[in-house]
Each structure stands twice: as structure tokens, then as C-alpha cells.
Design a protein around this ligand. Structure first.
Ligand code: GLN
Length: 311
């Protein structure tokens, strides 16, 4: 049975108090200069229960750059609009075992990215959306506002510009896929859309809410509307478990045992199917680009609740 709300609140507060123990390790992402300006020693945690109730501790209302967490929402937009074959003939569903921004597998595998949660895969999903949606930016923003119940969620133009100014690696990924005939849109337009998706600012409470549908068989508890089908929910959670933390996905599954997705802004979301969605945030990253205090807190949360879908 789930923890009672008071016991869970005590646990969240303990995890938040303990987070500062991780503040001597890791560093903020600085390959995107705008992200390097964030105060590294911050921590927030929020959970959203499947009935829509939220509990939180620490700086759970401080907004940060969601970065790669947006790759999940982009895939959801694609699953809502395209046939399964249209998506999975152009992007794989296997863990990459390589860094999130790696290019090497693209050449070996004819421009087909390993999965939608690495940069190459998210660029490909963005390319797929270009043919279906007039303004991907507006659609994504509306989706995030609806799912989280916050109508002022938007882009951080400074972060988006900073990424465009340092676009070389992502541009290389897009051009290589274009050379293989797997990307069709103008590369600069594609990058602009992708960087804006990464630049969205949200806080832990908003992010936990925006993922509650993945704990709730595809239904957003805030408005009772189906976001994706129960089958698609299972598929998304499977992909998050195997690919959500790039080449640290195996270690994350070992330690935390939940489907999850990280971003270089220091956020990690995780799903406890049937119970809750979770968001943790702390900007100091390990060598894989994943939040150190965030992962630590998720380990503590799962251990403290004694609940895991993996036994
Ligand atoms: N915008 C970042 C990039 O393209 C996203 C990476 C991440 O969060 N892992 O490099």
C-alpha cells in the first residue's frame, strides 16, 4: 500500500534536507553558456498522485530549463498525430549505450537514431512533427500548459539563443541524418524548434503534474482527458526505463527501478505506474549529464516508500 500523506511529506522533507550532501560533487552544464549561470546548489522535489494531489519539498516552485525532458512531450505529440509505422520506421527503440549527443551510431546505422530520447532521436521526432503541425512551438507550449495546469509556461529565449550560438554538434547530427535522407526539413529551422523545446522553463510541481498521465494509464488527472492510450502509456514507460537516462539508463534502473527522463538543466522525472509521477531538480550533473542530487533523492524516495514496479 502507498505511504500515508504525512509519512510521504516527512520523507520528501528529509530527502530535501539531505540533498546538500551532494553539493560538493559535479557541475552545472556549461556547454550551453546560459545554463552555466544557474546557482548550482539548489534542490526541489514534487510528486503528483494519480488523483492529482501534489506534495513537495525544497525549491519545488523554482523554474529551470527542462532540456531533454521535453523529448518525452515531443514524442507524445508525434504519437498523437502519426501512425506507429511512420514513427518507428525512422527512429529505433533500443538503448544507445552512448552519450546523449553522440554521432557515431548514426553513421553505422544509416541515419536512423537509436531512440527518441537522445539528441539525434529528438531531432528526428521534431522533423516528423514539422510535416504535421504548423507551429510545433505553440502546440508544445499549449500541451505543457494543459498538462500542468499552469497557463504561463513558456520558453527561455536566452537559453534557446545560447543553444543556437553553440549548435555545432546538434547541427552535425541533423545534417548527417539529412544526408541519409532521414531528415527532410531545413536544418536551421529544425534546430530552432528543437532548441526552443529544450528551453522551456518549468518547476518540479509543474513537471510532476505534466507527467501524471504516465502513472495513470494515459489519462491526465487534472482534466480527466486521455493523452495517450493505455498501450501507448506502457510503451512510453518501457522506453523511459530503457533509454531515458542515455548511457546511464542501466545504472538508473538498477538504483531507482523506475521509468525516468533526465535533462541537462538538472531535472529528472520518474514514473511509479498506478501511483504517482515524480520530479526532482538539482543542477549539478555527473559525467553522463544527469543530476547527482536528483538521482540520489529518487533512490531515497523509492527505498523510503518501499514501492517499486520491479519488485
Ligand atoms: N539542449 C540540450 C542539447 O541539445 C539537451 C541535452 C540534454 O538535456 N541531455 O544538448
Amino acid at each position: 500500500p502507498p505511504l500515508d500523506p504525512d509519512a510521504l511529506q516527512t520523507l520528501l522533507e528529509r530527502l530535501s534536507d539531505d540533498a546538500s550532501r551532494c553539493f560538493n560533487e559535479g557541475k552545472v552544464a556549461d556547454y550551453i553558456p546560459a545554463l552555466a549561470q544557474v546557482d548550482p546548489d539548489q534542490f526541489g522535489i514534487a510528486v503528483c498522485h494519480v488523483d492529482g494531489r501534489v506534495q513537495y519539498a525544497g525549491s519545488a516552485h523554482t523554474r529551470f530549463s527542462i532540456q531533454s525532458i521535453s523529448k518525452v512531450h515531443a514524442l507524445v505529440l508525434a504519437m498523437q498525430r502519426l501512425e506507429s509505422d511512420e514513427i518507428w520506421s525512422r527512429v529505433g527503440r533500443e538503448p544507445s549505450g552512448q552519450a546523449f549527443n553522440s554521432i557515431m551510431q548514426l553513421e553505422v546505422e544509416n541515419g536512423i537514431p537509436r531512440n527518441p530520447f537522445i539528441n539525434a532521436g529528438a531531432l528526428l521526432i521534431t522533423d516528423l512533427l514539422v510535416s504535421r503541425i504548423v507551429s510545433i512551438q505553440n502546440t508544445l507550449r499549449e500541451q505543457l500548459r494543459r498538462l500542468s495546469g499552469s497557463d504561463d509556461i513558456g520558453f527561455d529565449e536566452k537559453v534557446a539563443r545560447s543553444e543556437m550560438d553553440h549548435k555545432a554538434r546538434n547541427a552535425s547530427l541533423a545534417y548527417l541524418m539529412q544526408a541519409y535522407g532521414n531528415v527532410h526539413s531545413d536544418v536551421d529551422d529544425l534546430l530552432d524548434t528543437y532548441f526552443h523545446s529544450c528551453s522551456v522553463s518549468m518547476n518540479c510541481v509543474e513537471l510532476a503534474r505534466s507527467f501524471a498521465f504516465l502513472a495513470n494509464r494515459g489519462v491526465n488527472p487534472l482534466d480527466g482527458k486521455e493523452v495517450v492510450s493505455p498501450l501507448e502509456t506502457r510503451q512510453l514507460n518501457a522506453l523511459l526505463l530503457t533509454c531515458g537516462l542515455y548511457d546511464a539508463a542501466g545504472d538508473f534502473a538498477w538504483r531507482v527501478g523506475l521509468p525516468g527522463k533526465s535533462g541537462v538543466g538538472g531535472g529528472i522525472i520518474a514514473i511509479l505506474p498506478g501511483q504517482m509521477s515524480i520530479c526532482v531538480w538539482s543542477p549539478r550533473l555527473d559525467g553522463y549529464g544527469n543530476s547527482i542530487a536528483g538521482r540520489h533523492a529518487l533512490e531515497g524516495l523509492v527505498a523510503g516508500m518501499g514501492l517499486s514496479p520491479l519488485g
